[in-house]
Design a protein around this ligand. Structure first.
Ligand SMILES: Nc1ncnc2c1ncn2[C@@H]1O[C@H](COP(=O)(O)OP(=O)(O)OP(=O)(O)O)[C@@H](O)[C@H]1O
Ligand SMILES: [Mg+2]
Length: 208
């Protein structure tokens, strides 16, 4: 579970204008939560605070269990090493993050296959398309076995069939594996309705 308690955040260029105002939320396990709201309403800021990438001005973020493994996947993520293969990237980032040897197990192979990535893993990342890199970002997040997975507009360049497959994979990971929460943001309300258990409106959260 994720507990957000009275979160406030402003940026130093506009200290008087709060991006996040008194956000309090309890996010239950085994659910996909969608965050919906206009540009600049604070979705990315809130996600980064939950992932520990930036600090809130006040308020608290807590997890149950306390040591939950949170993984944030940004939109248009190009944070790969371009001149080595997709597989070498998975191997490199897994060991860098966990200190353990990467094992490409049956489930990961199955996910790569469903995402249409199997045949691309021995290609340099520089030779992959935008959507393929987005899918590789999601696969890379799943190899860490996160408790909480945050997908911040990660579906922008991904085709409709692949999106359906990814949502199915996420639901399976929630039911069968250790994934507890998925937080997603998108400007496509129909997609959010189909893919999430609950839609949270940033503007309403901020009004609280
Ligand atoms: N590092 C920063 N410095 C200054 N202002 C920032 C910073 N990061 C975000 N902001 C501002 O904070 C507000 C919230 O930004 P945020 O990225 O959280 O919005 P968002 O809801 O994710 O928007 P979008 O739908 O466009 O992705 C915006 O007005 C943005 O300009
Ligand atoms: Mg954003």
């Amino acid at each position: 579970m994720i507990f957000l308690n009275n979160i406030y955040k402003s940026f130093s260029n506009k200290p008087s204008k709060k991006v996040l105002t008194n956000i309090s939320l309890e996010l239950q396990d085994k659910k996909i939560y969608a965050f919906y709201g206009s540009n600049g309403s604070g979705k990315t800021t809130l996600f980064k605070i939950i992932a520990g990438l930036i600090a809130q001005d006040s308020g608290s973020v807590a997890f149950d269990p306390v040591k939950s493994n949170v993984c944030y996947v940004a939109s248009n993520q190009r944070a790969f090493i371009n001149r080595i293969t997709a597989y070498e990237n998975l191997d490199y980032f897994f060991t860098a993050r966990t200190g353990r040897k990467f094992i490409f197990n049956k489930r990961l192979k199955q996910i790569a296959n469903i995402l249409g990535l199997s045949a691309l893993l021995d290609r340099n990342v520089s030779n992959l398309s935008t959507g393929e890199i987005q899918k590789l970002s999601i696969l890379r997040a799943l190899i860490y076995k996160p408790d909480i997975l945050i997908l911040d507009e990660t579906f922008v360049s991904i085709d409709e069939v692949s999106i359906k497959n990814i949502v199915k994979i996420l639901q399976e990971e929630i039911v069968n594996n250790s994934l507890k929460n998925v937080l997603i943001s998108s400007h496509d309300i129909n997609f959010l309705k189909q893919s999430s258990d609950s839609i949270l409106h940033m503007e309403s959260l901020n009004a609280g």
